[in-house]
Design a protein around this ligand. Structure first.
Ligand code: MN
Length: 283
């Protein structure tokens, strides 16, 4: 996956339906700070697998610098840092020689636009598991569940997920489930459940989770068998069964015009379709 493209997909939430300029400025306190600046740095050398990301995020937090750090596929480490000018400069200085076991050969720094981050995150690490279960109950739907703080936060998606970024799918927030339910597949109260997709996921965005969910905008990367790449959940209404929109982000994993639910109806556990499970047995 093109990580730069993914980073921007993971970061920007401003073009999502429902976000207004007013909300953006509330979400971006850093932008109001006239001394705030943002840089992107690429650190080359022996920098991966030596605690570089951990050390960088600790130092960033000490300096009150927001942004993220990630390992890139080419063996370099990339950092987005924003905050008070002097603090950002101190973090760049730290990248140049502050990490004990690293052997830094070069640090390429460029000024970039402020993005309004409110945390310093390590990107590209699993935040837990996700599962999508297709469920025949009163109505057929798909249940998207993301592990957050040990429980599965859940949304019922009537039409199921899409890999087409132009498609916005209604996702109704439902009660949390226990992780033990993730592997459940079988008949249930006259209907049935299959495990339609599952895997791990990464949390993204400018705001730390679970606060991002509380505030109604969460971006994440799925590593499933069918669903891959960046997605956004954007809350469109409030209440006990709040309505959200599930949207595929534009990245290398996006498949415009596709219909993954129709193309891949089978369980990733058993290969069975939900129809096979709930069809009344002959005779
Ligand atoms: Mn359900």
């Amino acid at each position: 996956m093109d990580r730069d493209e993914l980073d921007s997909a993971l970061t920007e939430g401003r073009r999502i339906a429902g976000s207004t300029p007013a909300q953006v400025s509330v979400d971006n306190p850093g932008v109001a700070d006239p001394s705030a600046q943002a840089v992107r740095a690429v650190v080359s050398g022996e920098v991966t697998g030596v605690g570089f990301r951990d050390a960088t995020s600790r130092r960033a937090r000490e300096l009150n610098v927001a942004g993220w750090v990630r390992n890139r596929d080419d063996g370099t480490v990339q950092v987005h840092a924003e905050g008070e000018e002097r603090a950002v400069a101190q973090l760049v200085e730290f990248l140049n020689g502050g990490v004990p076991l690293a052997r830094v050969e070069s640090v390429a720094v460029e000024r970039v636009a402020l993005e309004g981050h409110e945390q310093f995150a390590i990107r590209g690490v699993s935040a837990g598991v996700f599962v999508v279960q297709e469920h025949a109950a009163t109505a057929r739907h798909f249940d998207l569940r993301l592990e957050v703080d040990g429980v599965m936060r859940s949304w019922a998606v009537p039409k199921g997920p899409s890999l087409d970024p132009a498609v916005k799918r209604l996702a109704v927030q439902v009660g949390d489930h226990v992780k033990a339910h993730n592997a459940f597949e079988g008949t249930l109260e006259g209907g049935g459940v299959i495990v339609w997709d599952r895997g791990s996921y990464e949390q993204g965005g400018r705001v730390a989770w679970p606060s991002a969910l509380d505030r109604g905008h969460a971006v994440f990367v799925l590593h499933g068998a069918k669903l891959r790449g960046g997605f956004a959940l954007q809350r469109a209404g409030r209440g006990a069964k709040a309505q959200w929109l599930l949207i595929k982000r534009r990245d290398e994993e996006a498949r415009p015009g596709s219909d993954i639910v129709a193309e891949r109806p089978e369980s990733v556990l058993s290969g069975r379709r939900l129809e096979d499970l709930i069809r009344p047995s002959p005779g």
